[in-house]
Design a protein around this ligand. Structure first.
Ligand SMILES: [Zn+2]
Length: 239
């Protein structure tokens, strides 16, 4: 309800209210708002609109950029097929543009190895290199652990059902530094039972550290809500 004219402003949230007070747009205008307040809200709306316009412009720009790259890539490919033009500046330009965005770090790394470098074979990629990547990821999670301690974090549990009717729950941890994917669990056996669901969540909370978790966000099905209550009982500081 407006404190000036005492009219209820229904729906549309805070923005609709701002328009009412700023005496702008097609919302019913306030008849009793002091001019200074109306002016202030008018400026607030303008700032908001400017911000919105900028975001849209940036989006359009990056979209254009991607589309241009895509066109260039297609053009580049067709030029590459035409193997006769080995002294084609245009070709080089486009190639450079494409490289600098996506492939340059890879190319730099490979050329640093010098001539004769052989890429890893399939066995090495799926064996040693994959496990090394997993180890690196674990280190990153450890690093995030330190951030969670400082800022607190949110656990997000996103449940879904695959084509074989398995219930899978993806666990993600959000903090101001960013969101990381923790794990995916086949919860087919647990999703229908509050107690098992509770155990599953408890494991995750213990991994992240109960003192770091501010709240946990789950589906709102009855058994999830019940498991949430059990969690709140187990960890009094968690919502
Ligand atoms: Zn009013």
């Amino acid at each position: 309800m407006c404190i000036y004219c005492e009219k209820p402003v229904r729906g549309g949230g805070i923005n609709r209210f701002k328009y009412h007070l700023a005496e702008k747009g097609d919302v019913e205008k306030c008849k009793k708002v002091p001019p200074a307040v109306a002016h202030q809200f008018g400026q607030n709306i303008e700032e908001f609109m400017n911000k919105k316009r900028k975001t849209q412009e940036n989006y359009a720009k990056s979209y254009e950029h991607v589309m241009r790259l895509k066109e260039n890539l297609i053009e580049w490919k067709s030029l590459k097929h035409d193997s006769n033009n080995n002294n084609n500046n245009n070709n080089n330009n486009i190639q450079e543009q494409v490289n600098s965005v996506y492939y340059q770090p890879v190319i730099d790394a490979i050329t640093n190895m010098g001539a004769g470098y052989k890429g890893p074979n399939f066995g090495r990629v799926r064996g040693y290199l994959l496990s090394k990547l997993v180890e690196d990821m674990k280190k990153i999670i450890e690093w995030y652990h330190e951030i969670w301690k400082q800022t607190g974090c949110t656990i997000m549990a996103d449940g879904w059902t695959d084509r074989c009717r398995h219930t899978l729950i993806n666990f993600l941890v959000y903090c101001p530094k960013g969101t990381i994917f923790l794990k995916s669990v086949d919860a087919s056996h647990a999703s229908k039972t509050t107690d098992l669901l509770f155990e599953l969540f408890k494991d995750v909370v213990n991994f992240v550290g109960p003192e770091n978790v501010v709240h946990i966000v789950t589906d709102n099905a009855a058994n999830y809500v019940a498991a949430g209550r059990l969690l709140e009982a187990e960890f009094p500081k968690l919502y």
